[in-house]
Design a protein around this ligand. Sequence first.
Ligand code: SF4
Length: 196
Amino acid sequence: MRSKHWYDYLWIWSIIYFSLGFFNILFAWLGMIDFLLPIIIAVFRGNKWFCNNMCGRGQLLSKLGGALKFLGNKQAPRWMASKWFRYGFLGFFLTMFSNMVFQTYLVAAEARSLTEAIKLFWTFKVPWGWTYTAGTVPDWIAQFSFGFYSLMLTSMLIGLIVMVLYKPRTWCTFCPMGTMTQSICKLRSKSNQNNN
Ligand code: SF4
């Protein structure tokens, strides 16, 4: 049995991250670590070390899904792992991310005011104002926090839904970060082959 490392406990970080968002939305920025680190590792190491070792979300889904395996642990439909779905979802996710950045820009440019709410599943607006005291930071910093936390929470909820319906880590088959890092690794190994 392999010995435990500190990064085997990052599932706890995942719980802490989502909990902090209920108290102070500015902590949402910490999620950028989970966003950038897999990309940096894929670019410099050319592998999915983050996914295999450091992803708190993946670990949490494994743990929760393992505890709930009496629900059936069913195989996910094959289309969920298909190329068109994974890349389609990645495209959708990046579009939503860009829109969130654009909304942040509009607030920074004073073209619209700060919305103290989160949007679940890109549709349902949920008032979240108790997590922020107006004026603590520039409005655009707070706007990014609300938008980014919406994205993180929505993707976690989708992960939990497919975990209950199918296998624990079904989310990983179409997770945008997983698809993106896989593409980076493929491009890297192709360019290495061409250089040899
Ligand atoms: S595919 Fe996504 S959720 Fe799964 S381990 Fe990788 S980054 Fe984490």
